[in-house]
Ligand binder design. Structure first.
Ligand code: TRP
Length: 354
């Protein structure tokens, strides 16, 4: 069986370092591993509209931002197909048929949907499209016969729901859909990177993000203002590294060569942590090191962004070509789905035999 990746992001803002360690960095590695037959990266504008119906311009503005983030992070349009969800209308048709296989109570139990409803204060006024977006996400995944979906931990319930739909479809109509597997980051710190304020999640609305497109000065300012262990008041005090955002970021970003290059006094993160926990190591020093690590990781991304920003017509062509290719593939799957459901009336004249 072919190995196929599908994943994507809602274009509601520029991508931040949480997106990067949670999924984007991995995608680039998977792309460059050469182990996959096809890679589809989707800008999920239709999904973004499920809770931004009143702000279509916000979604529209961020299409190019997200595309630039992708390209600058190292996604290569010659190896990965980057496309826009709403340009593939087959996805909505698949969603319509899949919605017959899902119950309202099952959607209500989806932990991601639950959390998002609470976060947006939707309560009794949940848009139907938002409530059912897990079904549309199953359409996104299955339309491309994806075997592998690299995402952050928050997407786990979406994948479970998708797998249930695939199972149900295949048992009712016959094996037409491919069962996808989730691929989570293997580093625990990358599963859910906290915001610079220490809040559980990096999110645009909380204003606690470091963006991939932030300038060197912005990144430095944000790192130096980061929340750490509130009880680590004096340098001599013992500090906590667990749950400390500065150390979580170091877990997610630092590599042995960063120590060799920027802080050779320490062999690696474990030694640094031990010193902080013992006491005698100030936050400013650790933050300065984190800043160097982050700058080393982000500088090439920033440089590539500068280049792509000069080539916007090319980005437009990449998205257009990618969307056309994606549309052709989704159309094939829709054809298989309709045949399995026996609603392919005009494929032959079998319907004449009453
Ligand atoms: N829900 C994802 C997010 O919020 C975006 C998304 C839409 C997606 N369809 C997908 C991710 C299919 C993986 C697979 O970022």
């Amino acid at each position: 069986m072919k190995k196929i990746i599908l994943t994507g992001d809602r274009p509601t803002g520029r991508l931040h370092v949480g997106h990067y360690v949670g999924s984007l960095r991995r995608r680039v590695e998977l792309q460059d591993s050469g182990e996959y037959d096809k890679i589809f990266i989707m800008i999920a504008d239709a999904q973004a509209l499920t809770d931004n119906a009143d702000h279509p311009e916000k979604v529209r503005q961020n299409i190019m931002e997200v595309a630039l983030d992708y390209l600058s992070a190292g996604l290569d349009p010659d190896k990965s197909t980057i496309f826009i969800q709403s340009m593939v209308s087959e996805l909505t048709e698949l969603t319509f048929y899949y919605s017959n296989l899902v119950t309202v109570s099952r959607l209500q139990r989806n932990p991601t949907v639950k959390a998002e409803i609470a976060m947006r204060n939707f309560e009794a006024s949940i848009p139907v499209g938002f409530f059912t977006y897990p079904i549309s996400q199953a359409a996104d995944i299955t339309a491309f016969k994806a075997t592998t979906v690299p995402v952050g931990e928050d997407q786990m319930p979406m994948l479970e729901q998708c797998r249930e739909i695939v199972h149900k479809f295949n048992s009712v109509y016959g094996e037409a859909l491919v069962m996808p597997n989730i691929l989570l980051p293997d580093n625990k710190a990358c599963l859910r990177l906290p915001g610079i304020d220490g809040k559980a999640k990096m999110s645009k609305s909380l204003g606690n993000c470091i963006y991939l497109s932030d300038t060197e000065q912005d990144v430095k300012k944000k790192v130096m203002s980061m929340f750490t262990d509130p009880n680590h008041l004096r340098v001599e005090d013992p500090g906590r590294t667990e749950g400390n955002p500065v150390f979580i970021y170091l877990e997610a970003f630092s590599r042995p060569e960063h120590f060799a290059q920027f802080w050779p006094e320490y062999a690696g993160l474990d030694e640094l942590k031990a010193h902080y926990e013992r006491g005698g190591l100030g936050d400013v020093k650790v933050k300065k090191f984190l800043n160097k690590v982050l700058q080393a990781e982000l500088a090439p991304i920033r440089a590539r962004r500068k280049e792509w920003e000069q080539r916007l017509p090319e980005v437009y062509e990449i998205l257009k070509k990618g969307s056309m290719e994606a549309q052709a593939i989704a159309a094939e799957t829709l054809k298989d789905v309709k045949a399995a459901m026996k609603i392919n009336y005009f494929d032959d004249e079998a319907i004449l035999r009453m």
